[in-house]
Design a protein around this ligand. Structure first.
Ligand SMILES: Cc1cc2nc3c(=O)[nH]c(=O)nc-3n(C[C@H](O)[C@H](O)[C@H](O)COP(=O)(O)OP(=O)(O)OC[C@H]3O[C@@H](n4cnc5c(N)ncnc54)[C@H](O)[C@@H]3O)c2cc1C
Length: 419
């Protein structure tokens, strides 16, 4: 079967790899000159099944109001006349109940844990390298109040059997020795030893190389304009330059841009672009840099070591498809890394980046078939697209191939929104 993947981010490329492995002819269409150059380019680098949870949860509406008021705010809402945004926010609020949280978290943990296992298998089989580390992640508390609430998280971790350690300041320093250099900042932490880290862009490029060896064709500079449907099937992809391309099956993996492609076909995907920012600094003193990821709970910023660089990522900005780099967001990232790892990296030589997380209101990605028999989606991975990419690609390949997937998947398809 010839399968056409629309979009060459980390999710499109993992889909391509597992489809090619399953014996299909695969073509990837990507508008950029290479893979992983949009949202998958400079994310915070966490492969973190332990933190797989929807944003929508009990108590979040009140917390969100507080976050919006902070000087270095982790959440920014631009007042916009955009009905789509308010519809999406309303659906997110509807998911802030105990029941919805439990259901959504269960789906996300299932996919994220599977994904980590698939990634480990891939590493073992191919030796793929992407500045990865298997050193866990540390959520760092700067206030007693944050530490006092750790039970909210550990109860959930217990329920899903995720291993963790609650640490005092000495324990945090044992996990991240550079924290010994800052005084009066660390009150405690929650460490998830099963989490990993790595550079999603390096991974996507390396995996695209393995795809090419398996015979996958990559067409760069291919700007997709629309899909042609006839008789309940997709017949062709139309590019902006008028080129018409055909295949047997199609996988929509355009991240935040997927809804616009499928809307004319009557398929409504509740995916909104949630903007985030990152800084990448060269390490100047390896002993003063993080060992793995430190999640600064106060600013919701992730600080990760990636080879000889430190990646600092965070902020959720609801601002449509804007790619403007805003100075106050940079200040928040700088504040976090300067407080925790002041001598680790060189901020003067940092690169500043922004990307659009493809977020669903229930936090769960949309992986599976659609009402059109030969059209599949693999999108909506939000804050956890790197964490879930390998599992989503493998699952998608099984579904397209008509094989029974290794995890339950009915509740991951777009049809769940019809219920
Ligand atoms: C600041 C930040 C930090 C993050 N940190 C983490 C983290 O630590 N861990 C984690 O798991 N996740 C993290 N994420 C989320 C993760 O990066 C995303 O979920 C993931 O990259 C989404 O991958 P994707 O392939 O779906 O989308 P993308 O990478 O955006 O890929 C979609 C591709 O489709 C292409 N495309 C779009 N429209 C068209 C068109 N019309 N024609 C042709 N091509 C098109 C684009 O060029 C793009 O390459 C973070 C995100 C941000 C912004």
């Amino acid at each position: 079967m010839h399968v056409m993947i629309l979009g060459g981010g980390v999710v499109g490329v993992t889909s391509a790899y597992y489809l090619a492995q399953a014996g299909h002819q695969v073509t990837v269409l990507e508008r950029q000159p290479g893979v992983g150059l949009e949202t998958s380019f400079a994310n915070a680098g966490q492969v973190s099944p332990g933190y797989s949870a929807p944003w929508a949860g009990p108590g979040i509406p009140v917390k969100a109001l507080k976050w919006l008021m902070m000087r270095h705010r982790p959440l920014v809402l631009w007042p916009r006349l955009e009905p789509r945004l308010y519809g999406w926010l309303a659906r997110m609020l509807a998911n802030c109940t105990e029941d919805a949280y439990r259901r959504n978290k269960g789906r996300m943990v299932r996919l994220a844990e599977y994904s980590r296992d698939v990634l480990r298998d891939l590493r073992a089989e191919t030796g793929i390298a992407y500045d990865h580390r298997e050193r866990g992640t540390l959520q760092l508390f700067r206030t007693q109040k944050q530490l006092d609430h750790v039970g909210d998280d550990t109860r959930v971790l217990d329920a899903y059997g995720v291993p963790y350690e609650v640490l005092d300041p000495a324990g945090c320093i044992a996990a991240e020795p550079a924290l010994a250099r800052v005084s009066g900042v660390v009150v405690g932490g929650l460490r998830l030893p099963g989490d990993e880290t790595g550079d999603a862009h390096l991974f996507t490029k390396a995996l695209a190389g393995l795809c090419t060896e398996l015979g996958v064709t990559f067409r760069y500079g291919a700007r997709i304009a629309g899909l042609q449907e006839a008789g309940g099937r997709i017949e062709a992809v139309m590019l902006e330059d008028g080129t018409r391309l055909t295949a047997d099956s199609y996988v929509a993996a355009l991240g935040s841009f997927t809804p616009a492609l499928l809307r004319p076909l009557g398929i409504a995907l509740p995916v909104y672009p949630v903007k985030g920012y990152s800084l990448t600094l060269p390490i100047t003193d390896a002993d003063a840099a993080p060992v793995s990821t430190v999640m600064d709970e106060t600013y919701k910023v992730g600080i990760t070591r990636l080879g000889d660089r430190i990646r600092v990522g965070g902020t959720a900005e609801l601002a449509g498809f804007s790619d403007v780099l805003r100075a106050p967001r940079r200040e928040t990232l700088e504040r976090s890394v300067t407080d925790l790892f002041p001598q680790g990296g060189d901020l003067a030589h940092a690169s500043f980046w922004t990307g659009l997380r493809p977020m669903t209101p229930d936090g769960t990605p949309i992986v599976g078939g659609t009402r059109i028999a030969n059209l599949f989606t693999n999108t909506g991975h939000g804050t956890l697209g790197w964490t879930m990419a390998c599992g989503s690609g493998r699952l998608l390949a099984d579904l397209v191939s008509g094989r029974t997937p290794e995890i339950a998947s009915e509740d991951l398809a777009v049809s769940r929104y019809a219920a």
